[in-house]
Design a protein around this ligand. Structure first.
Ligand code: NAD
Length: 464
């Protein structure tokens, strides 16, 4: 049973905006020592309250503690450690190389200036990684921030609201609890950057609101991520890795494998392999397993069972439902390419298997759809890997695994086209929240060397 929460009043939202804006202008967050201390505090918040967070996630999402620890809390602790290690290096000003000799005496420096008071709006599926992860970048960059977690995790939201003031400087960092009304109120204010993660539909609303103040924006949106199983791959390994990726967070991950394109002649073999893997992962069936998270709410469960009722494919595995929020990992075979399962992001424990003639057919199908967040290809062929790299578009291209791009924090993570723009993780999370501000100081003493630029533009000057 999920918990309950109260929402921040609209009056308090105004106060939050005023406080974090004024604090930024006061310069409190400028010294690196302040940022370092706040990063350490954020690390403590996570580590000293680990058991509480794991419980909250179990309560709100029925999620196994091991999965929460590995996929949600762990990566943020890692990113804090990295930010602490790199804080000086990331913030160090750059000086352009190769200046022409006549400008050698000028001071030309690019400073990493914090953008200001920023707003982070998050979905519910990974509250630490997606909420606190960008916050690490914002703190390291010297910004102040308001974080609006998703209302779909009430216990987690209340926990954030209680812990933030205990660990972080309340003048600089605040939690706003709420849903559409509260987010709309937040978006009516001027922010210096908005970092939004969530559905493409709401991403468009956020982008329109940001446009009013010409606010820079990062949009991490939904993805209907295809998997291609090529003829030359080891089907048993592919099945294990695809099903592992699909079951993570009960398929409620932006980079979940959404549909599998497999050569028609190998569909049966792939389905047999899925059945074997499922029996290993969940000997009593996935529905009975405490390792499989819940579907977030009854509405999401109804949406998914509605899709299963309407699909023209055949359920080959799973399909069982229990209570309001439990749906077994379900594999649907022989899904036609224009099926209802091929329309929107599935975002649940349902995998569509779509038989195709060959890889060219798979490529055509992928290219005809909105740009996904990730494309997964199982192949040993270097030529095919290159072909996908050169002829498809996506935020990430992953070969021979699913979901593992999230483990590589040293690379940018983001979307393209309908799956969003801007990228974060590691130093990219810091870069989002700074302006590379050019500073040019032309010494007064250099004036005689500049005489040529001043009118009158005589022939003598032109001849120089
Ligand atoms: P959502 O878009 O419904 O909600 C996200 C946030 O927006 C929440 O905080 C919510 O309160 C707020 N919101 C909702 N409707 C709003 C409105 N009309 N106006 C203003 N704010 C509004 O998304 P969700 O259901 O929480 O998350 C699932 C979606 O997020 C999926 O599409 C998934 O792919 C995507 N996602 C993307 C990434 C990524 O990194 N690209 C990561 C996780 C989730």
């Amino acid at each position: 049973m999920a918990g309950t929460m109260t929402y921040t009043s609209l009056e308090d939202i105004q106060k939050v905006h005023r406080t974090v804006t004024e604090t930024f202008h006061s310069g409190l967050t400028q010294p690196l020592a302040f940022r370092r201390a706040q990063l350490v505090q954020l690390g403590k918040l996570i580590q000293e309250n680990e058991a509480r967070f794991l419980d909250a996630m179990q309560k709100d999402l029925g999620k196994a503690p091991l999965e929460t620890g590995i996929a949600d809390a762990g990566p943020v602790v890692y990113s804090i450690a990295k930010a602490l290690e790199k804080l000086d290096e990331w913030n160090a000003p750059d000086r352009p190389a190769d200046l022409p000799a006549w400008r050698a005496g000028w001071d030309t420096t690019v400073y990493k200036t914090p953008k200001g008071a920023v707003l982070i709006i998050t979905p519910w599926n990974y509250p630490y990684v997606i909420g606190l992860g960008p916050l690490v970048g914002a703190i390291a960059a010297g910004c102040t921030a308001a974080l609006k977690p998703s209302e779909a995790l009430p216990t987690v939201c209340e926990m954030f609201a209680e812990l933030f003031p205990r660990y972080l400087d309340t003048r600089a960092y605040a939690i706003v609890k709420g849903a559409v009304r509260e987010t709309t109120c937040l978006l009516e204010h001027r922010w210096d950057h908005i970092f939004y993660t969530g559905s493409t539909r709401v991403g468009r609303i956020v982008a329109a609101a940001a446009a009013r103040f010409v606010t820079p924006l990062t949009l991490e949106l939904g993805g209907k991520c295809p998997v291609v199983v090529a003829d030359d791959t080891d089907i048993a390994v592919a099945a294990r890795r695809i099903l592992y990726g699909k079951q993570a967070n009960a398929g409620q991950v932006c980079v979940s494998p959404d549909y599998v394109l497999v050569p028609r002649a190998r569909q049966d073999e792939l389905l047999d392999a899925f059945a074997k893997v499922a029996a290993e992962f969940w000997p009593d069936g996935s529905l009975a397993s405490p390792d499989l998270a819940n579907v977030i709410n009854a509405a999401a469960r109804d949406r998914l069972t509605g899709l299963l009722a309407k699909t023209r494919g055949k359920v080959a595995l799973g399909g069982e439902v229990e209570g309001d929020r439990r749906l077994a990992v379900t594999i649907v075979r022989d899904v036609p390419e224009d099926d209802i399962l091929m329309e929107d992001e599935i975002f649940g424990p349902v995998l569509a298997v779509v038989p195709v003639d060959d890889v060219e057919h798979a490529l055509r199908l992928i290219r005809a759809k909105p740009t996904p967040l990730a494309i997964y290809v199982y192949t040993e062929s270097d030529a095919l890997k290159q072909r996908f790299l050169e002829t498809t578009e996506s935020g990430t291209l992953v070969l021979n695994d699913t979901y593992q791009q999230l483990a590589v924090q040293e690379m940018p993570f983001g979307g393209k086209g309908d799956s969003g723009y801007g990228a974060w993780f590691g130093k990219d999370s810091f870069d989002i929240f700074v302006q590379r501000r050019s500073y040019v100081n032309v010494p007064i003493a250099a004036d005689p060397h500049l005489a040529v630029r001043y009118p009158p533009y005589t022939q003598e000057k032109l001849d120089i």
